[in-house]
Write a protein that binds this ligand. Structure first.
Ligand SMILES: [Zn+2]
Ligand SMILES: [Zn+2]
Length: 247
């Protein structure tokens, strides 16, 4: 987003819509961003938190879960490590807000922070970050969840990430079933649960390109692994994942 258009949007948001910090609700965000300085600081701290596997800060970690690696995924970019116990933290609140609100500016803010990690990962695996070689898609919510919440947060983040990377975002995956009970299942049950839930609805868009698969939060990795495997089978040259956080 250009500085000028962001300034105009911030003005409209804060003065006309009465919006406060998108994470904590603090009324004074300092006028420069949609989050207050404290929430921005918390996001920075989460991004600096060390990954126990690679030792890098979360924002520089591309570590994969075993099932994601086995599904042919080449790297996983995230802004932080999610813990349910940190319920009042800016990272948790940002994820929660996007589940309930079509907050495009918050999605843009988070996507702009994810984009450098995506660019660096693509550089590492030798894929040029242009529309001919790379494309963004997302783990779509179920129709029921979209109806209930009025938002598909993965689509919101995927579109924002594509804008931040100068790429296109397309819906490539269809989803059947409710998916509503997923969070109560363990890894093995989740794998059974997601098998057959997704299908590639637009294989032509994936073909020959690296697909950047976006979700808001990756927990067991079962869902993104299933989607990566399907995209590879549909002809994608490769897949990487990007999410706000890894649990
Ligand atoms: Zn705040
Ligand atoms: Zn790591």
């Amino acid at each position: 987003m250009s500085g000028r258009s962001k300034a105009v949007k911030l003005f409209l948001r804060s003065f006309l819509a009465g919006e406060k910090c998108a994470c904590c609700g603090e009324p004074d965000t300092g006028g420069r961003d949609i989050l207050c300085p404290e929430c921005l600081r918390q996001l920075e701290l989460k991004s600096a938190e060390r990954c126990p596997s690679c030792g890098h800060g979360a924002a520089d970690c591309v570590c994969l879960r075993k099932n994601m690696r086995e599904a042919g995924c080449s790297g996983f970019v995230k802004l932080g490590f999610y813990r349910a116990s940190e319920s009042g933290s800016a990272l948790n609140r940002a994820i929660f807000r996007l589940k309930k609100n079509r907050d495009r500016m918050l999605a843009d803010l988070l996507a702009e922070r994810l984009a450098p990690g995506v660019a660096s990962l693509l550089g590492d695996i030798g894929v040029p970050m242009d529309g001919g070689h790379a494309v963004v898609t997302y783990v779509t919510r179920s129709a029921r969840r979209i109806r209930e919440e009025g938002v598909d947060q993965a689509e919101l983040i995927g579109s924002a990430l594509a804008r931040a990377c100068g790429l296109e975002c397309w819906k490539m995956l269809g989803r059947s079933g409710s998916g509503g009970i997923q969070k109560r299942l363990d890894v093995a049950s989740r794998e059974d649960n997601v098998a057959g839930m997704f299908s590639v609805i637009a294989p032509g868009l994936a073909e020959g390109r690296l697909v950047i698969l976006v979700d808001d939060l990756v927990t067991t990795g079962s869902t993104v692994s299933e989607c990566c495997a399907l995209l590879k089978r549909a002809g994608a040259a490769g897949t990487v994942c990007a999410a706000i956080a890894e649990a």
